[in-house]
Design a protein around this ligand. Structure first.
Ligand SMILES: Cc1cc2nc3c(=O)[nH]c(=O)nc-3n(C[C@H](O)[C@H](O)[C@H](O)COP(=O)(O)O)c2cc1C
Length: 359
C-alpha cells in the first residue's frame, strides 16, 4: 500500500492544490460520497440471456482498441490524482496494475505540475507502465488560460497518449474558491482539437454529458468523450463535505445533480463519439451493460482507490481479475465472442431509462 508522505511545504506554488487533493483522497477513501438517490440507470439495461451461445470461454475475446492502443479488456482506471507524494504512490501502483492487466490509466489533473514543474515525478508512470493507454488530464478552465504549446509539453512530459480535458462546473460552484467563469470553454476545446497533435477526450467528473453539450463538443471537433455520469461518486458531494456552512446547504440539494451514466452513454454513442463510460460502474456486468449501449470502454475510479487503500495492490489485482472474468462470463451468456458483438447484443431497456434515452 502506498505510504502516506509529507505534502509539499506550504510556500510551494502547488501547496494549496496538494492540500485540496489530499482532502479529496481522504473523503473518497473513507467518506460517504456516493450519489444518494440518482442511479447510473445501468440497472435499466437487461442483456438477453442466450442458452445456446455455442462458445467456449477461451474463445471469448475482451480485447479492444482505444485511441490507438490495444487493451486486453475495455477498462480504464479513471483519472484520480497527482501533485503530491501520496498521489505518486497511488499513480505508480494503479498504472503498474493497468500494465499487468492490459488496461488504460488516467492521470489526475496535471494542474499541480503545471504550477510547479517539480511535481512532475508524481505523474510519471511510464517506467512501470510502458505499454498502457495513458491519459493526461487538465481542467477546461485551466486549459483556457494556457497556451497550447504548454499543454502539449504537459502531455509529452509524462508520455501520455491523449489529453482528458475535464468539464466540472457543478463541483467548482460548490468549492468556496472554485471557478465561476465558464465562458470560452467551447472555443478552448476547438483550439486544442485543432492544434494538439494527439486526441482530446472531453471528460465530465460525475454529472454526465447532455445532448446539448455533446452537440457543442462535436462542433468544437471533439471525437472522444468520457461521460462520467451520475450514479457513482458525487463530486458535488465531495465538495459539500469540504464546504463552509453557506455552500453546504446548496451542496446538499445538488448532491444528486446530473445525468445518469447510462443515458449519457447513449447520447454520446448515438452521436458516433468514441465513448468511455465512467460514473458508478462497479462490476463486469456494468461494463457489459455500458458497452451494449455502444460504449467503447468503461472507466472506474473510486472503488479502485478504496480497494488500494484497504487491501493494497493485491486487493486491486483481485478486483480487476474478477471484473474482467465477469465481463467475459456475461459476453459468453449473451453469445458475444467479441466486444464489437457485445455492442450489438440484444437487450431490454427499462421504462425509466427509455424516458431518458428519448431526450
Ligand atoms: C479521488 C478522486 C480524484 C479525482 N480527480 C479527478 C481529476 O483530477 N480529473 C478528472 O477528470 N476526474 C477526477 N476524478 C473523477 C473520476 O475520474 C470519475 O470521473 C468519477 O469519480 C466517477 O467515477 P466513479 O463513480 O467510478 O468514481 C476523481 C475521482 C476520484 C475518486
Amino acid at each position: 500500500m502506498p505510504a502516506r508522505a509529507p505534502e509539499p511545504p506550504s510556500g510551494t506554488p502547488s501547496a494549496g492544490i496538494a492540500a485540496r487533493k489530499a482532502d479529496h483522497l481522504d473523503l473518497c477513501e473513507s467518506g460517504d460520497v456516493g450519489f444518494r438517490s440518482t442511479s447510473t440507470l445501468l440497472e435499466g439495461v437487461t442483456l438477453l440471456h442466450q442458452s445456446l451461445p455455442e462458445l467456449c470461454t477461451d474463445e471469448v475475446s475482451t480485447a479492444a482498441e482505444l485511441l490507438g492502443r490495444q487493451l486486453r479488456a475495455p477498462v480504464i482506471i479513471a483519472a484520480m490524482t497527482g501533485g503530491h507524494e501520496r498521489a505518486a504512490g497511488i499513480n505508480r501502483s494503479l498504472a503498474m496494475l493497468a500494465q499487468e492487466h492490459g488496461l488504460g490509466f488516467g492521470l489526475g489533473s496535471q494542474r499541480a505540475m503545471q504550477r510547479d514543474p517539480g511535481m512532475d515525478w508524481t505523474y510519471r508512470v511510464r517506467e512501470w507502465a510502458p505499454d498502457i493507454l495513458l491519459l493526461g488530464n487538465i481542467g477546461v478552465v485551466q486549459a483556457r488560460e494556457t497556451r497550447t504549446k504548454e499543454l502539449e509539453a504537459l502531455v509529452r512530459d509524462v508520455g501520455a497518449d491523449a489529453l482528458c480535458v475535464h468539464l466540472n462546473p457543478a463541483m467548482e460552484l460548490i468549492q468556496s474558491d472554485g471557478d465561476r467563469d465558464f465562458r470560452g470553454c467551447v472555443q478552448t476545446l476547438e483550439r486544442l482539437c485543432n492544434e494538439l497533435p494527439f486526441p482530446i477526450v472531453a471528460k465530465e467528473t460525475g454529472n454526465g454529458l447532455s445532448p446539448q453539450t455533446i452537440e457543442k463538443l462535436l462542433g468544437a471537433g471533439v471525437r472522444c468523450v468520457d461521460t462520467s455520469g451520475a450514479g457513482g461518486t458525487s463530486w458535488v458531494g465531495v465538495e459539500t463535505l469540504r464546504a463552509d456552512e453557506r455552500r453546504r446547504s446548496m451542496g446538499d440539494r445538488l448532491w444528486d445533480w446530473g445525468i445518469p451514466t447510462a443515458a449519457s452513454v447513449h447520447y454520446a454513442t448515438r452521436a458516433s463519439l468514441t465513448t468511455i463510460a465512467t460514473g458508478g460502474l462497479r462490476s463486469g456486468l456494468d461494463v457489459a451493460r455500458a458497452i451494449s449501449l455502444g460504449a467503447h470502454a468503461g472507466g472506474i475510479a473510486r472503488p479502485l482507490l478504496q480497494t488500494l487503500s484497504r487491501s493494497g495492490e493485491d486487493g486491486v489485482r483481485t478486483y480487476l481479475d474478477d471484473l474482467v472474468h465477469e465481463l467475459r462470463s456475461v459476453m459468453l451468456l449473451t453469445g458475444s465472442r467479441t466486444i464489437e458483438a457485445l455492442r450489438h447484443a440484444p437487450r431490454v431497456i427499462s421504462s425509466e431509462l427509455e424516458r431518458w434515452l428519448s431526450v
